[in-house]
Ligand binder design. Structure first.
Ligand code: ATP
Ligand code: MG
Length: 418
């Protein structure tokens, strides 16, 4: 038997019900905030990700699915959606159109990680990118959209953590201070962080290894080294969140260890998720469009993990399945009339099924039960000839006779009541 790949999951029909709720809710909130959907390719040239995500990151160092195309070009399955969105923004010269512009995407991402609960090799993200304004209110729009979306799904115990990474200049001034602190604790850091000390020191603050956490407990905070400009931006974000009644916690250790990130960084976690507790994360990346060859364009966005959301979505948030009608047709006249009736019901917008294998009333009613249909239409030769059939309420077993041509209208009226 050929099996699926480790860390790459099938989403079976019992599960897709919850995925549809999540995706529809995501689209609804994106619409409300004026974000428009973009569909970017699943694979891109490797240099796009290497350059935008940064060479000294976990993703680029060890998590990308990279392979040579037949002509030798190195390609990579997208590990995230920002790089592709920015590439498309530049390639289609969108910066020449009026700004700001707001995009969202939903789709699969690929990272070679150790599979575990909430960590897969093919997973899905809903993400947004807001181009063309540095206004702190745009940061808040992005955060609020994520917060409202997750709250609408009634996800339990959400926490918004937020930090400021300062301007590029602030960070340049802070890095030597951080590095000299980290060097004084180098002996206590994990091997990975020893390396990060050289390549990406900010990321050390983000390390989950307990030894590193303790060692960096008293590390100097970037948020206390902010320029007036960055401080003003941060304060505006925080006060606007307060106005909107969105609770937050300032976490001075929260970093996005990439050069192009600046000012706002945030993450939403849930204590219901165990070790992989981040539901979504984002921040401002004013330098990225320019880094990838476009005109200098301020930008802010987030990406949220749909698997982790699906894990937390409670049954009561799922809509009841659409009530369906089962057509129990038999006999040489009844069967063709049944096919016509199924078609008429479906064209009227109803969900209608049958089991063509069933030849007896008993067999049909068993299938009607199994399919969870609310009603069954009993349609034999006599009914087909007389032009009316028996409608049976599968719960109450009450039956009544209705003209075949009236059935679509009859069920539409009935089902609207549910
Ligand atoms: P983590 O700290 O969990 O590795 P990350 O910083 O790598 O997260 P981002 O790149 O910011 O994550 O992606 C945003 C969101 O996408 C995460 O908060 C998470 O919900 C989800 N996510 C990231 N990697 C995976 C994965 N391998 N499997 C499932 N979901 C993931
Ligand atoms: Mg990760």
């Amino acid at each position: 038997m050929i099996k699926g790949i480790k860390g790459v999951k099938d989403i079976l029909p019992e599960e897709t019900r919850r995925w549809r709720v999540i995706e529809e809710t995501a689209r609804r909130w994106a619409d409300r905030y004026g974000f428009q959907e973009i569909r970017i390719p699943i694979f891109e040239v490797t240099t796009l990700f290497a350059r935008s995500i940064g060479a000294a990151t976990d993703i680029v160092e060890k998590e990308m699915y990279t392979f040579p195309d037949r002509d030798g070009t190195s390609l990579t399955l997208r590990p995230e959606g920002t790089a592709g969105t920015v590439r498309a923004f530049i390639e289609h010269n969108r910066a020449a159109d009026p700004l700001p512009q707001k995009y969202f995407y939903i789709g699969p991402m690929f990272r070679h990680e150790r599979p575990q609960a909430g960590r897969l090799r093919q997973f899905h993200q809903f993400g947004v990118e807001y181009f063309g304004t540095q206004d702190p209110k745009a940061d808040v729009d992005v955060i609020a959209l994520l917060w409202r979306f997750l709250s609408d799904l009634s996800l339990p115990d959400l926490t918004l953590e937020i930090n400021s990474l300062g301007t590029t200049t602030d960070r340049a001034a802070y890095l030597p201070v951080l590095v000299s602190f980290l060097k004084s604790r180098a002996g206590q850091l994990c091997d990975n962080c020893q390396r990060r000390l050289e390549t990406n020191p900010l990321r050390v603050l983000d390390c989950k290894v307990p030894g590193c956490r303790t060692a960096t407990e008293d590390a100097p905070h970037l948020v206390s080294h902010l320029s007036p400009e960055a401080k003003g931006h941060f304060d505006d974000v925080l006060s606007t969140l307060t106005v909107l009644n969105i609770p937050f916690r300032i976490n001075p250790r929260l970093v996005r260890g990439l050069d192009y990130y600046c000012l706002t960084a945030f993450e939403i976690t849930s204590s219901h998720l165990g070790a992989q507790n981040a539901v979504g994360a984002g921040g401002r990346y004013d330098g990225l469009v320019e880094l990838l060859g476009g005109p200098a364009t301020a930008a802010v966005g987030f990406a949220a993990g749909l698997e982790r959301i699906a894990m937390m979505l409670q049954e009561q948030r799922l809509p009841p399945p659409m009530p369906s009608v089962y057509v129990a047709a038999f006999g040489s006249e009844g069967r063709p009339a049944g096919v016509r009736l199924l078609d008429a019901l479906r064209q009227a917008g109803l969900s209608a099924q049958s089991d063509y294998r069933a030849t007896t009333l008993k067999g049909h009613l068993r299938q009607a039960d199994r399919s969870g249909s609310r009603f069954a239409v009993l349609l034999g030769d006599d009914e087909a000839t007389s032009g009316s059939a028996v409608v049976r309420n599968m719960d109450s077993k009450v039956q009544e006779t209705v003209a075949l041509s009236d059935l679509p209208r009859y069920f539409l009226a009935l089902i609207k009541g549910f």
